[in-house]
Design a protein around this ligand. Structure first.
Ligand SMILES: [Zn+2]
Length: 82
């Protein structure tokens, strides 16, 4: 009987863990827009791509508008898909 109780405890803990995971915000931040409705993207000093703010490649990036980034010949990052 002890083993049955242990199994139930493990199942209960697993259910609790998956519930907590489901409650975590998994959606990326919504795109930032200027007051004129232009998309803001993040570019690094040497990069050839532009990023979303939450991209792992955008840690040292500065924000510019998407139009400016495209004018510079930058292309969207394949990781964060800005
Ligand atoms: Zn990126």
């Amino acid at each position: 009987m002890r083993i049955m109780k242990l199994r139930h405890a493990i199942i209960a803990a697993t259910l609790l863990a998956s519930t907590l995971f489901a409650a975590l915000p998994m959606n990326p931040a919504p795109p930032v827009r200027t007051q004129t409705g232009q998309d803001i993207v993040w570019v690094t000093a040497s990069g050839k791509k532009y990023h979303r703010q939450d991209c792992r490649y955008a840690k040292t990036a500065t924000p510019i508008t998407r139009a400016e980034a495209e004018a510079k010949g930058l292309t969207p990052c394949k990781v964060c898909k800005p």
